[in-house]
Design a protein around this ligand. Structure first.
Ligand code: AMP
Length: 285
């Protein structure tokens, strides 16, 4: 991806759609990175992964329908100017930052439900979260009809839900899932890390520590139950309020069938560190 001369910020769905279609009609491959802003190096890694595209579009939209009542929608960090500076530096061509009415026009009544992979884990703890995610991503794919869309493995269940939606609805876009970017001590980068007090920042490392010990347990021949226990131990030591800490099949997200070690496995974890809810995961196999 050649560095774009100027970053263009677009708010209007019809204009961004026309622009992307014109670029593709001119033979350019367009990559798309949907985000909620408050960008960090994890988001930038998705932009870099899209660098084999001729042009990259990043959307910035804090999607109200994926937040539940009492969650952090109102105080979710918003930093459009700083985000745009970062994206200009990274060579992004267009930022699509629509107003809420562009995504949810008056009388909006349509939701996308991806039934199977949405049910467990985040789906149980955040009812309607994935309905909000699938709905906004479906709308964004219609407004930004790119060749490929880039998502982070950090939100593994979300990536599985989006892939399934794209397949089931025959949306003509390639979904690319990119590795999780971590702090040097292992904590996965997240826009929500800014909520952590300095003490909670130290405690939060328990999530990635647990995942790493689950992986080494698995790689040394441990069963899914043993890997789950290895995952749980650092969380208990730091008194993390755990929503789930499980070993599952990476595609179906169903619990891993015991000691069937030839099958792929991923460990998923979510918990509250003080008032801040964090999620993380790691492939074991
Ligand atoms: P968000 O702005 O949190 O909705 O995230 C936008 C995209 O960035 C999603 O596809 C996330 O999975 C991805 N992402 C968030 N954190 C990371 C990270 N630490 N490493 C890689 N991708 C990430």
């Amino acid at each position: 991806m050649p560095k774009a001369a100027t970053l263009v910020i677009e708010n209007d769905p019809a204009t961004i759609r026309r622009t992307v279609l014109a670029a593709r009609a001119a033979g350019r491959r367009v990559g798309f990175v949907p985000t909620m802003g408050a960008l960090h190096a994890g988001h930038v890694s998705l932009v870099k992964a899209a660098a084999d595209c001729d042009d990259v579009v990043v959307s910035i939209f804090v999607n109200p329908t994926q937040f539940g009542p009492g969650e952090d929608f109102d105080r979710y960090p918003r930093s459009l100017d700083a985000d745009c500076r970062l994206l200009a530096e990274a060579g992004v061509r267009w930022v699509y930052a629509p107003p809420t009415e562009a995504l949810y026009p008056p009388g909006d009544a349509t939701r996308v439900v991806v039934d199977g992979p949405s049910r467990r884990w985040e789906g149980e703890h955040r009812p309607h979260h994935f309905q909000g995610v699938a709905t906004v991503v479906c709308k964004l794919f219609s407004m930004v009809p790119a060749d490929a869309a880039f998502f982070g493995a950090k939100d593994w269940q979300q990536a599985v839900v989006v892939r399934r939606m794209v397949r089931d609805l025959a949306i003509p876009i390639d979904v690319v899932v990119c590795p999780t970017v971590r702090e040097p001590d292992g904590l996965a980068l997240s826009s929500r890390n800014v909520y952590l007090s300095s003490n909670d920042r130290v405690r939060a490392v328990a999530l990635s520590e647990g995942l790493a010990s689950a992986r080494s347990c698995w790689q040394q021949g441990g069963t899914a139950a043993e890997a789950t226990a290895a995952l749980a131990a650092p969380l208990a030591r730091q008194a993390i309020d755990v929503d789930y800490a499980v070993v599952v099949d990476p595609d179906s997200l169903e619990p891993h069938p015991g000691d069937a070690r030839s099958l792929p496995a991923i460990a998923l974890v979510a918990g509250r560190v003080g008032p801040t809810r964090l999620i993380d995961n790691m492939l074991l196999s």
